[in-house]
Design a protein around this ligand. Structure first.
Ligand code: HEC
Length: 152
């Protein structure tokens, strides 16, 4: 719960933060952040889909790393003026994020909640991991469907 609240607080600060670096650099850093999320999810997804042998330690590490990423202060990564309309070709972050900050934030909360559930069971065997990965993946897709462009 503590982590969930923390994430809510940091995302909540989004709209007021000024752009400290170029929009292109911000988009690049934001994409790097999501690359790390995607990388850890890749490990968990491969195990869930049987493409990689289940390994309690590796699964726990991937989940823990993702939890660590939720502590990252997101406000600068989502500075205004860094959407697809501002730096076309360098980001897929849709203007809808800034137009509907509370909706975007709600997707982030769903993600964090599912991640905490996954983190609690990641070391408990493949049967426990599989549904938790499926649920977490659903929260990625839900946000991407509404707030991420399909292509650059
Ligand atoms: C609250 C919304 C949200 C959630 C939840 C979310 N994402 Fe994303 N994701 C985004 C946005 C917005 C972008 C586009 C960033 C950009 O292009 O600037 C993105 C981009 C990405 C990218 C592409 C990075 C690149 O190099 O361009 C990957 C990979 C990714 N997300 C994976 C995931 C995975 C895996 C999850 C779930 C475990 C997840 N995301 C959850 C919003 C979200």
């Amino acid at each position: 719960m503590y982590k969930l609240l923390l994430t809510t607080a940091t995302i909540g600060a989004l709209a007021t933060t000024a752009l400290a670096q170029s929009a292109a650099d911000t988009a690049k850093a934001r994409r790097a952040f999501f690359s790390l999320i995607g990388y850890e999810m890749g490990t968990l997804g491969a195990m869930a889909q049987g493409k990689m042998d289940y390994d309690a330690e590796a699964a726990s590490a991937a989940a823990t790393d993702m939890v660590a990423l939720t502590k990252y202060t997101m406000s600068d990564l989502f500075a205004p003026g860094t959407s697809t309309e501002d730096v076309s070709g360098e980001t897929r972050a849709l203007p809808a994020i800034w137009e509907d900050m509370s909706g975007f934030q709600a997707k982030g909360e769903d993600f964090t909640a599912a991640l905490m559930e996954l983190n609690a069971v990641a070391g408990d065997g493949l049967d426990a991991l599989r549904p938790a990965v499926g649920k977490l993946g659903g929260t990625c897709k839900a946000c991407h469907d509404d707030y991420r462009a399909k292509s650059f």
